[in-house]
Design a protein around this ligand. Structure first.
Ligand SMILES: [Zn+2]
Length: 285
């Protein structure tokens, strides 16, 4: 049994930590008038786990759920929530497509073969929802295109479309006055339709500008271990920018990129190596 990590992180924000097989972070923004969930979870079991944790913490049950993007692990749980879904118009379009899919093993395998599903996703869907599985995709009740602010009573949550490499519909949620930026998966690489996870400089740099512009005090990534401080976030984003620039200069020459990163004083940690490999994979595009 995996330990369940649930906590109140700031005055108005509660969090269920990511868990196996590939469950993302779920959030709850709790105001005087309403509770808004951020992302619906990887399955009805995942969504119910979050509801149970909120109930034990005496948090008022949610009235709405907003989605950060269309990927299965963020949306499959919506069925269990029974509240109106808020999503970007592009997310709604993707959900309409998902609603036409079959989700048995054979259908998943066929979509992996055609590039419509990543093998990483298919493997994790099989683990999260053992066969025979049934999936009901809930269509959004409210859609928006650029930005939507919800006033929940003493706390607001602004949903802002940022797009990017991971999913074109990516939305971040900014909670004020807590200054929490709920990032979903927007900063992760592209995983669909490509053999190796990849970043391209032209898509990553504008995204970093958009995300940094909030001036948040706490950052939370979709599959990250917890709140990230501005100092740590700035360090990571700086590393990403540096690698993007070095790959633009040195192309796929990993040794030259690493040597230049050494000269720039960057430790060769796991993050750096992941960035290097993903930007190299995206370089030849
Ligand atoms: Zn995703």
């Amino acid at each position: 049994m995996t330990e369940i990590k649930f906590a109140q992180l700031t005055d108005h924000f509660y969090w269920l930590a990511p868990g196996p097989p590939d469950r993302p972070t779920l959030g709850a923004v709790v105001g005087e008038r309403a509770t808004l969930l951020l992302d619906a979870g990887a399955s009805t079991a995942h969504a119910r786990l979050f509801l149970d944790q909120l109930k034990s913490a005496n948090v008022p049950l949610p009235q709405y759920v907003a989605l950060t993007h269309w990927h299965w692990d963020h949306v499959f749980g919506a069925e269990a929530l029974g509240v109106p879904l808020i999503a970007h118009a592009l997310t709604a379009k993707q959900l309409a497509l998902l609603a036409t899919y079959k989700w048995d093993d054979a259908a998943l395998d066929a979509r992996v073969a055609s590039g419509a599903e990543s093998s990483f996703s298919a493997e994790n869907i099989k683990l999260e929802l053992p066969a025979p599985r049934s999936v009901r995709i809930v269509p959004p009740t409210f859609t928006f295109t650029d930005r939507l602010t919800l006033d929940l009573g003493g706390v607001t949550c602004t949903l802002q479309h940022v797009g990017g490499e991971h999913a074109a519909d990516s939305v971040v949620a900014y909670i004020e006055p807590d200054r929490v930026l709920f990032l979903g998966d927007c900063l992760y690489p592209l995983i669909y339709g490509v053999p190796t996870w990849q970043y391209t400089r032209s898509s990553v740099l504008p995204l970093l500008d958009k995300v940094s512009a909030f001036g948040a005090q706490h950052y939370l990534e979709g599959h990250g271990a917890g709140l990230v401080s501005p100092a740590e976030f700035t360090r990571l984003m700086g590393q990403m920018r540096l690698v993007a620039d070095l790959v633009a200069v040195h192309g796929a020459d990993e040794a030259a990129i690493l040597a230049a990163a050494d000269r720039a004083g960057q430790p060769r940690d796991e993050d750096l190596l992941d960035f290097v490999h993903a930007f190299i994979a995206g370089f030849s595009k």
